[in-house]
Write a protein that binds this ligand. Structure first.
Ligand code: GLC
Ligand code: CA
Length: 518
């Protein structure tokens, strides 16, 4: 386990939309370098960059055409290396986005794989042995290549599935996972990882990490074996490199070798019911919703087994949002969001802050889809640095040229405004992250324990190591007799939102309040 993860707080940057320095309307690497001090000032000591490799951008860069080449619109490989170096000087780690499940249909490997004559890449993707037979249960394309076969898709039409083999073989065109061609695919991805690790990157966020071996068993053991193999390479040659999975099953992902696994927004799961439970019947029952929110039980029922089953192997990553998920502002207001973030940043594991969430950027429901974004596009609009500057200071381009139009509402948030407002989300984010860095008990490893959570009540009291924490997202103050808190000795308030403290022999948590005691 790389030691730096223990106190890591990540900032996710969607490179298209962060900072444009050459007025083409699209963010670039130079723009990220310019803002490293800003990221550091938030308390984030690590960055995850969405893919910035050569691509036709039919899925915003998750359709990689060349894994070893930075897309021109972002800069050059040299620029990326300079970003690694500048970040390291400031104590910031950089994770790249690794897309191992598929490439772009324009990748050289795929073009060779389409040829009628057999070659080194014929088995790099999953092909059937006839252009007229489908691939049961999987999306596929036929009739597009000279080769007499259909190929499997891993996501959109532009993303053919790389071939790591099939676990339960039923067709003669399927290859076992230990076939030399499938091993070659794995080694090719390891080669890509080495290429960037040797240039100074600090690890990878891994896209659709569970999608490698097809017809895998329920616990994805064949896919897992590939990650265990890859992790062995890291342990041997890059022991400080981190591997974070898009899997959302920490019990599997962490045992197979990932250091951290995202808690994704899957409908009805523990993460979803905290802040995004707005699609359920009868209104929004998200835990952090002041009115109409549920108690913490639904969250705990989902989270605790995940946590207990994985804490000895690695970390669960809470996210404020990501590039695939509606921003929390879609459903929660500022006071609700502050409590949610205070909670996320005091939980075990390695938290991720999505760019713009620190200033309460809105989910823009009405923007036109861009690069395969569809409903996700609303969470990918350019950063709003300063309302008084052109395009909020994101770009000098004319506003029609921007990657995605920006928030046009009169009260669109901006960093400059958040800086000067003492009640902004920004100040809460900075102070809670600073607290996390100050107290080891708030970092990745210290145990999480529920102290008080009762059916029909909104309050949650929990411990991290020797610290006591309480959150009350409801509109009413709550009093709990100290006798119900099971021999808790903490009474010195070290952080508070709203009103929260011990008064005589009661813990009193005001409406929408949060406290941390030592
Ligand atoms: C992941 C990415 C998403 C992308 C998809 C296909 O879910 O986060 O943005 O479209 O994989 O690569
Ligand atoms: Ca640019």
């Amino acid at each position: 386990m790389p030691a730096w993860l223990k106190d890591a707080v990540f900032y996710e940057i969607y490179p298209q939309s962060f900072n444009d320095t050459n007025a083409d309307g699209i963010g670039d690497i130079e723009g990220i370098i310019e803002k490293l001090d800003y990221v550091k000032g938030l308390g984030c000591n690590a960055i995850w960059l969405n893919p910035l490799f050569d691509s036709p951008f039919k899925d915003a860069g998750y359709d990689v055409r060349d894994y070893k080449k930075v897309a021109e619109r972002y800069g050059t490989n040299e620029d990326l290396v300079r970003l690694f170096d500048e970040a390291h000087k400031k104590g910031i780690k950089i994770l790249l986005d690794l897309v191992p499940g598929h490439t772009s249909e324009e990748h050289e490997w795929f073009k060779k794989s389409c040829e009628a004559d057999r070659n080194e890449y014929s088995d790099r993707y999953i092909w059937t042995d006839g252009a007229f037979c489908g691939i049961a249960g999987h999306p596929y394309i036929g009739g597009e290549a000279e080769r007499d076969g259909c190929y499997m898709l891993n996501f959109f039409k532009c993303q053919p599935a790389l071939n790591y083999g099939v676990l339960n073989i039923t067709e003669k065109w399927q290859l076992p996972t230990d076939h030399p061609s499938c091993i070659a695919t794995r080694e090719a991805i390891k080669d890509v990882m080495r290429f960037w690790l040797d240039k100074g990157c600090d690890g990878f966020r891994v896209d659709m990490a569970d999608s490698l071996v097809k017809e895998d068993d329920e616990v994805k053991s064949a896919t897992g074996a590939i990650w265990t193999n890859i992790r062995a390479m890291l342990d041997a040659d890059y022991p400080e490199a981190a591997l974070v999975s898009e899997w959302c099953n920490p019990k599997c992902a962490l045992k197979y070798g990932f250091h951290a696994d995202f808690y994704l927004d899957h409908h009805g799961n523990g993460y979803n019911v905290l802040v995004r439970d707005c699609e359920t019947e009868g209104g929004d029952h998200s835990y952090f919703k002041k009115d109409g929110g549920d108690g913490p039980q639904r969250f705990l029922a989902d989270y605790l087994p995940r946590y207990e089953g994985s804490k000895d192997y690695g970390y669960i990553s809470f996210i404020t949002c990501n590039h695939d998920t509606p921003r929390v502002t879609k459903a929660l207001d500022i006071s609700e969001i502050k409590l949610a973030y205070a909670f996320f940043f005091t939980m075990p594991g390695v938290p991720f802050l999505y760019y713009g969430d620190e200033i309460g950027m809105r989910y823009l429901a009405d923007v036109r889809t861009k690069e395969g974004g569809f409903h996700r596009t609303g969470s990918r609009s350019p950063m709003q640095w300063d309302a008084s500057a052109k395009n909020f200071g994101f770009s000098e381009a004319s506003s029609e040229k921007l990657y995605i139009p920006q928030d046009s509402s009169a009260d669109a948030p901006s960093l400059a405004e958040a800086e000067s407002d003492p009640d902004s989300i920004l100040h809460t984010v900075r102070s809670i992250i600073a607290l996390r860095h100050e107290y080891e008990d708030l970092q990745a490893d210290a145990p999480f324990e529920v102290v008080y959570a009762k059916e029909g009540e909104r309050i949650l009291v929990y411990k991290r190591g020797n610290l006591l924490l309480a959150v009350n997202p409801s509109g009413e103050a709550v009093k709990i007799p100290v006798s119900e808190l099971d021999s808790i000795s903490c009474s010195n308030l070290i952080y508070g939102i709203g009103k929260a403290d011990f008064l005589e022999d009661e813990l009193v948590i005001g409406a929408q309040s949060f406290g941390v005691w030592e």
